[in-house]
Design a protein around this ligand. Structure first.
Ligand code: HEC
Ligand code: HEC
Ligand code: HEC
Ligand code: HEC
Ligand code: HEC
Length: 454
């Protein structure tokens, strides 16, 4: 509880600084300065339908967020209330109506989370991360079109900020407000990765393309012209759980599709010596513009489930299985971030996090190699079947238990990709010859190539 007291002191300093800079309590902005998304939806029908049900539309009413917020608020004497609110219910933050553990729904518009009128009245940023937006609500709506004067409801101003990842970076980088520990780093992962020259967040998250930009011709609004491309507003990531829980099957399906396009899993080599098998797996981040997984990575979890059975179905080896209560095998290969508190113990409570104990996530276009060893028993029926699955879950069972009570909610598992292999080796010392397979493959490609040239 020593950590607790210093948190409270730091929090007091933090809120005094905020009050002095006029950021929380007295900036003259009211919730009523912002227009409800339904009103925007009157003319922007398609965009509204895409946004409604997105994680942005749920950023405040999301029960996972609400539960964690309430615990954070209680355990830190409200010192994180304004901080969390800044990104999850920015209009509440701007108008100084900060939710607390005992009074969570402070305004009607905060139900709408990160909504149209919040995003389209950001006129500048004060940097990257921790909600560095500068908002100027009013008649002017800002956006990516430099020739848009068709609206009778509002005037429009072109702003190239909207076309850049920096706009998303306002919130998609989170740093602990009191000790500076990096908690979420999606923007920086993108910025330091191979996509920053070619592909923005918008190019993957505001297009039908999933892992690249694909034009989406149409109208941005009733009364607007037909354009070659309109950016979509589904803002789908890996979260298939919440849209599922809160009744948006379309977003749920899109999130599953996205997860299934994010990575590849290859059986790189299998070596068999005296029935001792070494298996080499390669997981490559082929589709995500940032690490895999990204975002709230003490919750998000990607792991390998490797299973070996004999021809009669008898289990020979398993790593990464899930037990009947939803807990993943301790020895599984897991890709995620583990935070430690002041005493160096693992914590899922980011407000207590002081260091990163481990982080083995896969960088964009990067890969990770994993080895497995097992022995095929003499009694095993041949052939032996190997199957490996790359799975994703939005929150571990442990975190779900903490938030909702033990076993109350079972976060759904999405299989991202899989690989299978049948090991025919009838006896010891037979090694599947990959160079032979490669030779056949090369031959095939060469034949195709010459055929297509003719
Ligand atoms: C009365 C109908 C109507 C309403 C209501 C309406 N808009 Fe528009 N809006 C339009 C039309 C028409 C366009 C022009 C589309 C085009 O140029 O292709 C437009 C364009 C825009 C643009 C593009 C601006 C640019 O320069 O890139 C944004 C952003 C926008 N609206 C946001 C909003 C928001 C936010 C709301 C709710 C607060 C809203 N609109 C409400 C009709 C409306
Ligand atoms: C998280 C912030 C965010 C939210 C919420 C949001 N938008 Fe946008 N919107 C953007 C960005 C960013 C772009 C520009 C993408 C680009 O050009 O790369 C955009 C583009 C637009 C455009 C121009 C479309 C085009 O491509 O020509 C309109 C119109 C618009 N938004 C209306 C809305 C409406 C209506 C809502 C609510 C239903 C909404 N937006 C919610 C960020 C947001
Ligand atoms: C005002 C802060 C803010 C801005 C600006 C913002 N986001 Fe978000 N975004 C959030 C929050 C908060 C969530 C999580 C909501 C939740 O899960 O409760 C989120 C969720 C998402 C998700 C879903 C993640 C998942 O797990 O499925 C995607 C994708 C996303 N944002 C993309 C973008 C893109 C692209 C931009 C820029 C065009 C952007 N965001 C701008 C705050 C913001
Ligand atoms: C090359 C395409 C691509 C680019 C560029 C890209 N993303 Fe993603 N993003 C994906 C894919 C695919 C996923 C699903 C896999 C995953 O969850 O990590 C994803 C997932 C996410 C998630 C959900 C993470 C999770 O695991 O719950 C968020 C949040 C997100 N992206 C935000 C962003 C932001 C912000 C940017 C820009 C800084 C960005 N993305 C750039 C493809 C991209
Ligand atoms: C700087 C902006 C920012 C701040 C501050 C912030 N968050 Fe978030 N939060 C995000 C973004 C962006 C995401 C989406 C990342 C992803 O999907 O993995 C997110 C996702 C989440 C989620 C995942 C929701 C789900 O349904 O899986 C929870 C829970 C959450 N935040 C809790 C909190 C709490 C509690 C605080 C305060 C201690 C907080 N956040 C502060 C930006 C922020």
């Amino acid at each position: 509880m020593v950590g607790m007291r210093s948190l409270v002191i730091l929090a007091t300093i933090f809120s005094m600084t905020l009050a002095l800079s006029g950021m929380v309590y007295d900036n003259g902005i009211e919730t009523s300065d912002y227009v409800h998304p339904e009103v925007c939806g009157g003319c922007h029908e398609e965009i509204y339908a895409q946004w409604n049900g997105s994680m942005h539309s749920m950023a405040h009413k999301d029960p996972v967020y609400e539960k964690l917020f309430v615990i954070a608020s209680r355990e830190t004497n409200s010192s994180f209330d304004a901080f969390c609110t800044k990104c999850h219910a920015p209009i509440d933050y701007l108008s100084g109506k900060i939710p607390s553990a005992d009074n969570y729904n402070v305004s009607e518009i905060s139900e709408k989370g990160v909504s149209c009128d919040f995003c389209h009245t950001v006129n500048a940023t004060s940097g990257i991360g921790n909600g560095a937006f500068i908002s100027s609500p009013g008649r002017i709506k800002r956006g990516p079109l430099n020739d848009s004067n068709y609206s009778t409801f509002h005037s429009t101003v072109y702003s190239d900020l909207y076309t850049k990842s920096d706009f998303c970076g306002i919130c998609h980088n989170v740093v602990h407000p009191f000790n500076g520990l990096v908690l979420e780093n999606t923007y920086t992962e993108w910025k330091e990765g191979p996509y920053n020259e070619t592909t923005s967040c918008q190019d993957c998250h505001m297009t039908p393309g999933v892992t690249r930009f694909v034009p989406n011709p149409g109208r941005a609004a009733v009364g607007g012209p037909i354009r070659e491309n309109i950016f979509t507003h589904y803002f789908v990531g890996g979260n298939a759980m919440l849209p599922g829980l809160l009744g948006s099957p379309e977003h749920e399906k899109l999130a599953q599709e996205r997860l299934k396009s994010a990575a590849t899993l290859e059986i790189e080599a299998i070596e068999v010596v005296n029935d001792n098998v070494t298996l080499r797996l390669k997981v490559t981040n082929t589709g995500a513009g940032h690490k895999l997984p990204t975002g709230l990575t003490e919750a998000r979890l990607i792991w390998l489930d490797v299973e070996v059975r004999d021809a009669s179905g008898k289990a020979i080896f398993r790593s990464g299985g899930v037990d009947e209560n939803g807990y993943i095998d301790h020895d599984a290969v897991k890709y995620h971030t583990v935070f430690g508190d002041a005493s160096g113990k693992h914590t899922e409570k980011v407000w207590f996090a002081q260091k990163i104990l481990s982080d083995n996530r896969i960088p964009p276009k990067g890969y990770s190699i994993e080895y497995y060893n097992f022995t095929i028993p003499k009694t095993a029926k041949r052939p032996v079947i190997l199957s490996a699955r790359l799975n994703y879950v939005s929150a571990s069972q442990e975190l779900s238990d903490l938030l909702f009570g033990k076993g109350k909610v079972r976060p759904p598992v999405v299989e991202m990709t899989s690989a299978n292999y049948t090991l025919y080796a009838p006896s010891a010392k037979e090694t599947p010859d990959f160079s032979f397979v490669m030779a056949i493959f090369t031959f095939y490609i060469t034949v195709r190539f010459y055929k297509s040239r003719r």
